[in-house]
Write a protein that binds this ligand. Sequence first.
Ligand code: SER
Length: 641
Amino acid sequence: MTAGEIRQQFIDFFKDKNHKFVPSSSVVPLEDPTLLFTNAGMNQFKDIFLEKGTRSYKRAVNSQKCIRVSGKHNDVEEVGHDTYHHTFFEMLGNWSFGDYYKKEAIEWAWELFTKVWKLPKEKLYATVYTTDDEAADLWASQTDINSDHILRFGDKDNFWEMGNTGPCGPCSEIHIDLGEEYCDKKDTKHICQVNGECGRFIELWNLVFIQYNRDDSGKLHPLPKKHVDTGAGFERIVAVLQNKHSNYATDVFMPLIDKIAEITKTDYKKAVDKSPYHVIADHVRMLTFSIADGGMPSNEGRGYVMRRILRRAARYGRKLNISKPFIYKIVPVLVKNMGDFYPEIADRQTHIQSVIKAEEEHFNRTLDRGLEIFDKIKEELRAKKKKIIPGEEVFKLYDTYGFPVDLTGILAEENGLSLDAAGFEKEMEAQKNRARSASKFDARQINQTDWIIFEDTADSEFVGYEKLSIETEITRYHMDNDTLHIVLKQTPFYAESGGQVGDKGTLSGEGFELQVLDTRKENEHIIHICKSPGQFNPETTKVLAEVLQSGRMDTAKNHTATHLLHAALRKVLGEHVQQAGSLVEAERLRFDFTHFNKIMPDQLQEIETIVNQKIQLNTTIQIAREKLTDAKKKGRYGLIR
Ligand code: SER
């Protein structure tokens, strides 16, 4: 049976039991800030468990693209060292949303494994949560599992949680005993057993009985309804059903491995150390799927994880004597293998290959430059007869030359040196502090008790889209040497945000006229920053607030131009272009964005032409206020920041 057929059989089995097939959600959860990557099939259903969302069905089946390289579920260190952990894998799952519970979940899992796929019963084990008598009894009464094979474990193995917070509950796992020869532990004290962490007993399927939500303080709250969330490791099941000793020996991975051997002109079968092939085959899947779903290698967050995975694969390539870009050449084989079920990788193949190739080239440049600097550091240490690379040097390599710390660590090890990790952390901390203080603005330093308060309003109302001049009242102020901070009840002044600079203008009242040099926001207060307030001594709190028109109009035009530019960039360079920051002033604008390559002169010309044409159309601007969630639904996300 091929991997594709196995996946389909799982889906059909549950469709026959009235489950709706739900396609995999994106492996890059752009909507969920608590997750870098989708790490389980249940992520897309989290809202149902928490009663924040509903679906038209109560039972679902799917095959979910998952990545486990960060946070609570992180398998990256295992990859390449064992035969059954992956950075990217597919999780087969069936779901009950307040419908069936433990009995059916257990019965059906057993039926599929032993009746449909005919796995030998005597090799299967079921684990249950230490206090879950109900699940233990169901295994005994509803299946013909050997009663000695029902085992109990504690929180670590039989209580499943998605992250530090969120839906969770006790679980029941099915493990298989593959036989003594699969044990990969050399340690004489090691005992082969379920959850014994060797290659002999392998977890195949996890049945989670979701019944709690864990809050920020770690407390468990019972959910109004009980749900079933199951997850079976697709690649492991394929290995078992295809009678292979390793996931890498199945038709999921072999075509990739053959391609790697072909590109590197090496012989996989004869290789004593097969880990480079395994790591590269694993990592190219992670990269392909994450890029297809909108991820991009970068220096932070999930982009940084992707960059590190790519660099790890490239380093393993060097073990097969290939240093020029090659990972991108494996992508078409993966697309051929999986593009039918996951059309997004076929649709975006060219983009995926360009991103990977550009990133491989980038890494090579970084490596060459970093190696030169590293050699210098090494010579200096040798001259001084020292063996520890100082924290500042590690930091300089990282900060100035983009050389990842783990890479410096590997090079150090290869050269009999070590790193001053604590010193490096100190430098990192100092840099963060520098960044923090650079972003602080004067108004933030005002102590709450130092304000003179006329009226303690919760926020300032911004009316500047409709009017540039209004009569209003001062609600609080603070005087500090030559700077006066004023908060108004209503204001037409736009406070610096989204890259657009704050408005300038005047505030005039009885006996004074103040120049507003800048407008900024602190919490909900819009603060007008005025200089030389010598004459300020308000008899009444009434003021006329007037924005300097020319400045505001020019700034607004430049702000609109950033949106035109963003759209043109996406059209010419690709949908992956994301805004990474911007500066909008009356005289100029700057727009930062993510792209993986240099922009060619003809592309630049095209971008400029599109923006200019749009400006010349002189289209009327429409202003609408929408909830962020609604705007996102209409595809306006990314244009609003
Ligand atoms: N959520 C569980 C897991 O990831 C079962 O799907 O193992």
